[in-house]
Design a protein around this ligand. Sequence first.
Ligand SMILES: [Zn+2]
Length: 172
Amino acid sequence: MLPDTHHKMKRIIRYSLLITGLSVACSAGSQNPEYHNSGHMKYNDLTPQEEKVLLHKATDRPFTGDYYLKNDKGIYICRRCNAPLYRSEDKFEAHCGWPSFDDEIPGAVKRVPDADGMRTEILCANCGGHLGHVFTGEGFTGKNTRHCVNTSSIRFIPADSVQYAPAPITAK
Ligand SMILES: [Zn+2]
């Protein structure tokens, strides 16, 4: 083999290696998995007290918080997931120190037997957050029902701002 031909061969090999390398790099780039939004949404951040109540079933001290005396027109949404839970029309003064409602927004509240074996616990049907307890047969209102709800579990949305209320969060 002539020295000149040998040199050309080496050059061809070097170029083809370079081209192969480039095409591998390009295809590797195009094969990167695209980032898809999985639709996963995060619940609202909670204060330590809200977390204690909503996630660990603690109870707000009675006669505390902004809502037990509140009379304004509007709705009450879940503080964790924004699901609408109660209407001000169903709120009444039970003099117990917690916000009280004699009805819920249909389908919004789940009832389960409390771990104490006596009471009925109420949960947000959307996120499972602890709301409080429901009692019947006390005769406060015609509906004979009292949802005794922790202020830490709910957030009031005034009637004129309901259209701007945050959308319910459905976490996976
Ligand atoms: Zn919720």
